[in-house]
Structure formats: structure tokens, C-alpha cells
Design a binder for this molecule. Sequence first.
Ligand code: 13P
Length: 226
Amino acid sequence: MSNTELRERMVATCRQMNATGINQGTAGNLSARCGDGFLITPSSLPYDDMCPDDLVEMDFEGTYAGRVPSSEWRFHRDILQSRTDIDVVLHCHSVYATTLACHHRNIPAFHYMVGIAGGTTIRCSDYATFGTQELSDVALRALEDRLACLLGQHGQISLGRSLDQALWLATEIETLSRLYVQALPLGEPPILSDEEMTRVIDQMQRMSYGNGPEPEGSNDVARPRN
Ligand code: 13P
């Protein structure tokens, strides 16, 4: 994808973050790997006012060209640098995920879809001040072997190979958070066993569950008609 197309698609993804209700105001930020570095949203610019040229080019040393980058450039850089399995980092303050993060609650395997983040829980990180290296460090720890985490008293981070995947995952994390918040007043829901979650995650990986068209032959339930 060309630099121009990536910029256009990043702006479209930012606007979708607001349109789907997972973000509001100038909260949230988005980055995508590009060349030897990455593109990242500028700080404090409402997405409706943002145009492709406003996206900021950064390298992994933390130098930038253009507008002032998101205050969270450190965790975007550190995640993109250490996680070669993903190319997009999406951060937002979606309401239900942030509600759980305000109580520092991990999301346990109360529903099989928790497995989409890659493990038996979706972790919540410790609290650290926004825009700091400390926040980046705790986020990286919470994301170990995972594609998403909650940020203590702050919000959520979702990762993806593509902008669509990261947006899809962030929306799923918000839906799971909402279900968990709604289930909790009825009592702590039963938790699926580690053995079952291993089966779920294995099945999800085999079927590329939720990640777009399945590779041929990966679905063992149905066969396409000739
Ligand atoms: P920026 O506008 O600097 O990206 O900050 C928004 C935010 O969500 C901080 O965590």
C-alpha cells in the first residue's frame, strides 16, 4: 500500500472509531508501520478535522516530521518495534473497557470470545501517567502473548496486522467488556477452563476467526460448493 493510501485509510479508520462509538473527542490514537518507521495520529486534533497530511511520520528513535505526534507515541513505537506479528496499534477510551480498567479488572474467560486476544484472559495493566515511558512499559507487559489489553484507569489497546483487524478487535474488546459489566451484577460468571480455552484459541487460529477470508481448507465444518 502506498504512503498516500495508508494515510487516507488511517484517517478513515479514525473516523470509524468515533462513528462506531468506541472513541470520543480527542481521546485515542492510531499508528501503522510504514517504511523504516511508522505513521501516527497527531496529538489533540479531532478526527473530523484531520486530513491525511496531518499524520506524523516517526522513526524508532522517536524523531518525527510534521505535526506534534500523539502523546502516546512511546507505546506505539515500543509495541511496533517489539511485536513483529502486528503492524497497527489502536488506542481508545471505549466506555465499557474503560469502566473495567477503572477497577483494574482483568477480563477472564467468562465468554469464549475472550480467546480472540490470544489467551485465557484480557489483562489490565497497572496505572501509569499518560504519555510516559512507564505507561509504555506496563502496556507491553499486559500485551505479552496477547493482541489486546486494558490500560489501568485509562482505556484499551488493540493490535492488528491491518487497520481493519485492529478496529475489529477494539470493537470486540468493547463488546466483551460490555457483556462482562452487564453479567457482573448477577454474580461473578462461571469461567471456561484453560483446557476449553486452549481448544477455542486453536480453533480460532485454524479458522482465522474474525480475521477476514479464511485461507482455503481452514474451515473443517463446511466445504465451498464447486
Ligand atoms: P493524543 O491526542 O496526544 O493522542 O492523546 C489522547 C489520548 O488518548 C492519550 O492517552
